[in-house]
Design a protein around this ligand. Structure first.
Ligand SMILES: Nc1nc2c(c(=O)[nH]1)N[C@H]1C(S)=C(S)[C@@H](COP(=O)(O)OP(=O)(O)OC[C@H]3O[C@@H](n4cnc5c(=O)[nH]c(N)nc54)[C@H](O)[C@@H]3O)O[C@H]1N2
Ligand SMILES: Nc1nc2c(c(=O)[nH]1)N[C@H]1C(S)=C(S)[C@@H](COP(=O)(O)OP(=O)(O)OC[C@H]3O[C@@H](n4cnc5c(=O)[nH]c(N)nc54)[C@H](O)[C@@H]3O)O[C@H]1N2
Ligand code: SF4
Ligand SMILES: [Mo]
Length: 898
């Protein structure tokens, strides 16, 4: 046997646990390090990975893991217990609450980050054996408007487009989607196709300028919330210009007249529509024209559509246009809801939402309930929809729900009106949390903590945005006593006397049952059918290759494009046009709260940072919580770039760094969703978001809360870099950033007469053989110091009355050195590098660690004008491509400057 065969055997093929793009990953375990590469055979990414995927190895670590079951004792202290003790406790306490208050007094709140097998067992246990539908999921915050829109239009939650269709399209419309940052590999596929066929057009509809809009032929910066108006206008326009597939409409749809009437009610003239959407009429007309003249159009949409009090109507307003023009069920055409979480789609297959039943069946249908209950041999089945996420936490707050089991989600950070969520959990009799991480904003409220297996330890399947099922395979042994989420649930079921119905040996048993249920009493009545994957056995399941559903026994049915036969899944087999009269966001701005708070994602962090927060590579792109706003609004609010500001709404407030990126339209703010109490003193944006929801889907209006901005005045700004972790959480404002060889703390304080030399010594713990470099200018409020041991830097601190402190990137570089040079030491005293080249500036290309200053310098020095030339010279942008939009901006800015 040669060595290469050994290495080949050690590669485990699995799936990236981040976004719904669903990239295949090859993992090689090398000692205690997991080496990660793109899977060249996976039909999603063909070997590519974005920054987050590439840095996955950094997150397969023991740091911060929840290792053992714990129960809170009478003094409020979490105490380690055995699995048996913990599960006995959970089963008995839940049973006790049901006996006393009924089955609707307990609830589950689960997640699109569970594997399909976990998700299936959770739904089976709750809906079929507890007999309540009080199980909702964080997909309510994410995909529920798309689900509701699909069900209204198609009769079933079906995404009719595949990634290949994007490459076949001649026009791609991206609505409310920052695809470049949130679905990077999918976006790279679009960009590459655009390079191959420059005549292919990309239109982006988003109030903000983003990395995605940078790559577009046309950007429509519409007024927040105006999407229904815009697509109603398009429907009218298409109708007026005869872009109407009459044969298809007569054969396969109903409801057109009502939809057209509702669309036209707002005015049929493009200029009027443009004005209502806050758009330039010429640009809007250009979009309408492009849509009208292009047969192959895919409209991708994401959270700017779903997370709205008119989210479901936005979805249907988009679908209406595809139905009218017959641009659906054909190659390169159709509406495409991009899923957020890795298994958002799998969750929908198993009926994860509180108003759904397993295998795309309906909770409200007696026949479907009978099908599911008979298949499960279950004693009871929920017969009314359970509470949706926001209502569910209200019910906890009001004491109607007395116990909740939270799995794989962090609601204290991610729900709207999140301070209320805190209050509700503090009041709740029994809070059970299964998580992989010990300390989160939510685990702080747990009475019982159950350690779940992390990404590298779990086995099962996930389904991505294009309905492709991929295996997630374990490649390391579970840490501590971590167990699969499905196992915890099945063990509780066993304690309730349902051992026979939950007798799973491994994930393949569960998948098999799920596959069989999807085909049972189906006969083509439900499009979701993976009966062809039943009976795989453990070996077949282990070897399962990525496959798109449906996978029925009949090969022809599976190969057909969804809706190609013009058949839909309402009982009459027709699709529905839905009338969508436009509605403004529920809470308008007013004099007190004059700005619209928009919230969303940054490129290199994932949600509440429990995993991406561990990676220094990922932390270096955007290190701190920030509020982005227009220069004019900043002026009116009395704040300036780089200072701190308080952002407040009627629901709560936070403090973040002001950023004037030039990307925000007047009257709007953008705050990222990621920072929370583990990483910052006061930056949890969920506390500010209004708890308004869409009336059909129950999805929260995360993108629109009236807000105001004020200066957060501090006496000093500072930061500390230290090889040792230090307790820095006492200052007025702080944020913690993971560094490669150090911990970084950004600080600010209101105390005016701090004795820095003493404070620094106390904080950094100078020992006797340490070398202490120090500079202080009391009158200017300046202080800096560095601690050296054996010529190596151990820690440094910089304090100033002003916020423009020395470059952290330069100082990070010093921590990589074993011996500091003379110029390094002088630089520390002067507060800046002696040679400019030492300061890369903030990271732009995380894959190759290339900073802003180096890129600008490269452009100037070598007269570079293209992204390709930059890549050749500095490597930036040549791996995952996520930074290409930022490189383009830097190239453009340098051209302007020149
Ligand atoms: N890097 C990264 N990637 C992720 C995630 C992550 O945490 N980090 N999370 C994943 C998950 S779960 C999800 S759901 C997806 C989300 O992916 P996206 O939906 O692409 O991301 P968001 O940043 O939430 O919001 C998208 C855009 O909607 C715009 N928007 C706001 N209001 C409106 C409006 O009224 N109309 C329109 N047309 N647009 C509007 C915002 O300005 C924003 O640019 O990302 C997934 N991918
Ligand atoms: N303001 C605002 N809020 C938002 C959004 C927004 O755009 N704006 N977007 C919303 C959307 S789309 C989403 S999807 C949510 C996401 O919000 P959350 O679901 O709350 O965010 P995550 O940080 O992904 O939380 C996942 C938790 O599960 C743990 N975990 C990871 N894997 C496993 C596992 O296998 N088992 C178990 N038991 N635990 C695991 C992680 O450590 C983490 O604590 O946020 C929503 N909230
Ligand atoms: S695009 Fe990036 S985060 Fe999303 S699945 Fe692929 S590698 Fe993971
Ligand atoms: Mo999401």
């Amino acid at each position: 046997m040669d060595e290469s065969a050994d290495i080949a055997r050690a590669v485990v093929k699995t799936t990236c646990p981040y976004c719904g793009t669903g990239c295949g990953v090859d993992v090689t375990v090398d000692g205690d390090h997991a080496k990660v590469a793109g899977d060249k055979e996976h039909p999603t990414n063909y070997g590519r990975l974005c920054v987050k995927g590439t840095a996955l190895g950094d997150t397969v670590v023991a740091q911060g893991r929840l290792l053992y079951p714990q129960i809170r004792d009478a003094d409020g202290v979490m105490v380690r217990r055995s699995w048996d003790e913990a599960l006995d406790h959970v089963a008995a306490r839940l049973q006790g609450i049901v006996d006393e208050h009924g089955r609707d007094a307990i609830a589950w709140y689960v997640s699109g980050q569970l594997l399909t097998e976990d998700y299936y067992v959770a739904n089976k246990l709750v809906k079929g054996f507890v007999g309540t539908a009080n199980i909702d999921t964080n997909s309510r915050l994410c995909m529920s408007s798309a689900v509701a829109g699909h069900k209204r239009a198609f009769g079933e939650d079906i995404v009719p487009v595949s990634y290949d269709d994007l490459e076949l399209a001649d026009l791609i419309v991206l609505v409310g989607s920052n695809t470049a940052w949130c679905h990077p590999i999918l976006f790279q596929r679009i960009v590459r196709e655009k390079e191959r066929r420059p005549e292919m057009k990309i239109v982006v509809i988003d109030p903000r300028r983003t990395a995605t809009t940078e790559m577009a032929d046309l950007h429509l910066p519409l007024r927040a919330g105006a999407d229904v108006r815009l697509f109603n206008g398009l429907l009218t326009y298409l109708n007026q210009h005869g872009i109407v597939d009459t044969a298809f409409i007569e054969r396969s749809t109903s409801g057109l007249k009502e939809a057209l009437d509702a669309a036209e009610a707002g005015g049929a003239d493009v200029r009027a529509v443009a004005e209502q959407c806050g758009l330039d009429a010429g640009q809007l007309a250009e979009f309408y024209r492009l849509f009208a003249v292009t047969e192959r159009v895919v409209t991708c949409f994401s959270m700017g559509v779903n997370q709205s009090s008119a989210g479901t109507d936005k979805v249907n307003a988009i679908i209406n246009c595809h139905l009218l023009s017959g641009r659906i069920g054909k190659p390169g055409a159709g509406p495409f809801s991009l899923t957020g979480q890795p298994n958002a789609m799998g969750g929908r297959e198993v009926g994860g939402l509180s108003n759904m039943l397993a295998a795309h069946m309906d909770l409200e249908s007696a026949a479907d309930r009978d099908t599911v209950q008979t298949f499960w041999s279950s004693p009871a089945i929920a017969d009314k929809p359970g509470l949706k996420a926001v209502d569910l936490f209200d019910a906890i707050d009001e004491g109607r729900i007395k116990a909740v089991w939270i799995m794989a989600t962090n609601p204290v950070v991610s729900l709207p009106d999140a301070d209320k969520v805190k209050r509700a959990l503090a009041r709740c009799e029994l809070v059970i949390v299964s998580d992989v991480i010990e300390k989160t904003d939510t685990t702080a409220f747990a009475h019982v903590l159950l350690p779940a297996q992390g990404w590298g330890e779990k086995d099962g399947t996930v389904t991505n945005s294009e309905r492709c099922i991929s295996r997630q395979r374990a490649f390391v042994a579970p840490l501590g006593e971590a167990r699969a989420d499905w196992w915890m649930l099945a063990e509780v079921a066993r304690r309730w006397g349902f051992a026979a119905q939950f007798a799973y040996q491994d994930a393949s048993d569960i998948f098999d049952e799920h596959a069989r249920l999807s085909a049972w009493r189906n006969d083509g009545s439900r499009y979701f059918d993976i009966g062809g994957l039943a009976g795989l056995g453990t070996a077949g399941y282990d070897a399962l290759q990525p496959v798109r559903w449906p996978v029925t026994a009949s090969v022809e049915a599976a190969a057909l494009q969804a809706f190609a036969d013009g058949r839909y899944y309402h009982t009459d087999g027709r699709a529905r046009f839905i009338a969508t009269p436009p509605r403004a966001p529920v809470n308008p701005v007013d004099d007190e709260y004059p700005l619209v708070l928009n919230t969303g994602r940054v490129r290199d962090h994932w949600h509440t940072m429990t995993r991406t927060g561990l990676s220094a590579t990922l932390a270096s792109h955007i290190a701190e919580p920030y509020v982005d706003l227009h220069a004019q609004d900043a002026l009116l609010s009395g704040v300036s770039d780089g200072t701190l500001a308080r952002v407040s709404t009627r629901w709560g407030s936070l403090v973040a760094r002001v950023k004037i990126s030039g990307e925000m339209p007047r009257g709007t703010l953008f705050v990222p969703i990621h920072w929370n109490a583990q990483y910052a003193s006061d930056a949890r944006v969920g506390g500010l978001v209004n708890p308004v929801v869409d009336p059909v889907s129950g999805e929260p209006e995360f993108k629109h809360t009236p807000a105001k901005v004020e200066a957060f005045t501090v006496a000093w700004h500072g930061f500390v870099l230290s090889r040792d972790a230090l307790p820095m959480e006492t200052h007025s404002w702080w944020t913690r950033v993971t560094g490669a060889q150090f911990n970084r703390y950004e600080l600010a304080g209101r105390d005016t007469d701090a004795d820095w030399p003493n404070l620094a010594r106390a904080a950094l713990g100078a020992n006797s053989n340490a070398d202490w470099l120090e500079y202080e200018d009391r009158s200017a409020g300046l202080y800096r110091a560095a601690l050296l041991v054996d010529e190596r830097i151990e820690a440094c601190i910089f304090v100033s009355q002003r916020s423009d402190l020395p470059s952290r990137a330069w100082l990070s570089g010093l921590f990589a050195k074993d011996v500091l040079s003379e110029p390094d030491r002088i630089g520390l005293l002067v507060g800046e590098p002696l040679e400019a080249a030492e300061d890369q500036g903030p990271t732009v290309c995380s894959c190759w660690g290339v900073g802003r200053n180096r890129i600008i310098d490269g452009i100037r020095k070598h007269g570079l004008t293209t992204v390709a030339a930059l890549g050749e010279k500095l490597q930036c942008g040549t791996n995952c491509g996520s930074c290409v939009p930022e490189l383009k901006v830097l190239l453009a800015q340098s051209r302007v400057a020149a």
